[in-house]
Design a protein around this ligand. Structure first.
Ligand code: HEC
Ligand code: HEC
Length: 362
């Protein structure tokens, strides 16, 4: 950067100098002063590198307002560092990735309820892929933007229980964070707003659109018979809610589930207060569904078979055992393995070893 500035100074000042009738010493002093001024403005000005968000071909326009938080290389890098850093939690043990595990398409796998610094949460963390197309977040839709969403785990005593002033102080005292915040947002004081905007920028890059299903749709691969039969059943019985290409229409639906007597989770009604929203939950995307078990807002279904058996036995969606098998074969084609090894999504350490971190069980 400094080299460029020096070159600019030379291009403009040198021809001017040669015309001016002043001593060599004066020229040298003026020249040094100009270089110094330009150098110091470089320290106080910042030029993050813009990144254009390109949705996959044929997908609808993303819902995120990129004008309010333009993506930059520096913002994304900072967001990624924050996402994987337990410094965000009160006791430095829980990062966003503790519950949103990269090997599980950024969802919680293996156990039903995600757990944070103090306790279990009351829900199972969903996958974070393709968030750019969502207008509302959480199973009940109580967060109206990604930035608003990020504050919820930080403020929740069960999840990260973040002490915000202490966090800001800690980040400001870290030379590497100070450098990254300045590069992304300029040399102002580090703010909570910058933290949430950087986290959004990283999350917005998590796009999954290269599963076998996508390859088949692009004419690059073909389904084997059970997958094809499953796809046909899916087209008639599931797409009204799990609408491609995102595999959700992001509406809130009651899928005839019973209320858990301990968690007493009333779904969307908990947020809107309308009894008509009772037990309605946001339709989850089914992309990478094979990786995100257990299923449902509280992880009550251990397997895809359990979910489909529920649809069948509750009488909500008539399904034969054959159809359940074929649907399962189809749902497995929604796994996008290219995302699992994408170094841009993984913490640096895992990316260089080409290993995906395992969840540390408590
Ligand atoms: C202790 C576990 C835990 C931690 C830590 C955590 N989350 Fe979550 N996350 C969840 C759970 C559980 C949900 C679903 C909550 C709900 O619906 O009420 C969720 C939901 C979300 C959603 C909404 C997804 C959707 O489709 O609606 C986003 C986005 C998200 N988390 C991002 C983050 C970020 C960013 C961080 C770090 C600042 C983070 N989470 C930390 C457990 C966690
Ligand atoms: C009326 C809308 C609707 C229809 C139709 C529907 N689903 Fe769902 N589906 C939902 C909702 C809502 C949930 C989330 C329930 C919860 O959070 O407890 C869900 C959850 C799931 C899950 C669990 C995903 C996860 O990550 O937790 C799977 C798998 C699934 N559905 C598959 C299907 C299949 C296959 C069909 C067709 C046979 C289908 N669904 C039809 C609304 C629907």
């Amino acid at each position: 950067m400094h080299e460029d500035i020096n070159k600019d100074v030379c291009t403009f000042i040198m021809p001017l100098f040669t015309c001016m009738k002043i001593s060599v010493a004066t020229k040298f002093t003026i020249f040094s002063f100009a270089v110094l001024c330009m150098g110091s403005t470089a320290i106080f000005s910042y030029k993050p590198t813009p990144v254009k968000f390109l949705g996959p071909k044929g997908w609808p326009e993303a819902a995120y307002n990129f004008n309010g938080n333009p993506l930059t290389k520096e913002g994304i890098a900072l967001g990624k560092k924050l996402f994987y850093d337990p410094v965000l939690s009160s006791d430095n043990t829980v990062s966003c990735a503790t519950c949103h595990e990269p090997s599980a398409a950024f969802a919680t796998y293996d156990h039903p309820l995600s757990h944070g610094v103090n306790n279990l949460t009351t829900r199972n963390a969903p996958s974070l892929f393709n968030s750019a197309w969502q207008k509302e977040f959480m199973f009940d839709g109580r967060a109206a933007s990604l930035e608003e969403q990020a504050l919820l785990p930080m403020h929740s005593t069960d999840e990260m229980d973040t002490n915000i002033p202490a966090l800001l102080k800690q980040l400001s005292a870290s030379p590497s964070y100070k450098k990254m915040f300045s590069a992304a947002f300029g040399p102002s004081k580090i703010t909570l707003d910058q933290i949430t905007r950087a986290l959004s920028q990283f999350q917005l890059t998590l796009v999954s659109a290269n599963s076998k299903y996508d390859q088949v749709m692009r004419g690059e691969a073909s389904f084997i018979l059970p997958e094809k039969l499953g796809y046909e059943i899916f087209e008639t019985k599931c797409v009204s809610c799990h609408t491609p290409p995102l595999f959700s229409n992001y509406s809130y639906q009651n899928t005839a589930i019973t209320r858990d007597p301990i968690l007493k989770d009333n779904g969307r009604a908990r947020f809107t207060g309308n009894s008509s929203d009772s037990l309605k939950f946001k339709v989850p995307s089914l992309r990478n569904v094979a990786l995100t078990f257990p299923y449902g807002h509280d992880g009550r279904y251990y397997s895809i078979l359990d979910v489909l058996t529920h649809y069948k036995t509750s009488g909500q969606i008539p399904l034969s055992n054959y159809e359940i098998g074929q649907l399962t074969a189809f749902l497995n084609t929604l796994t996008d393995s290219s995302t699992l090894s994408n170094p841009a999504f993984l913490p640096r350490q895992a990316a260089t070893n080409n290993k995906i971190p395992n969840h540390a069980h408590q």
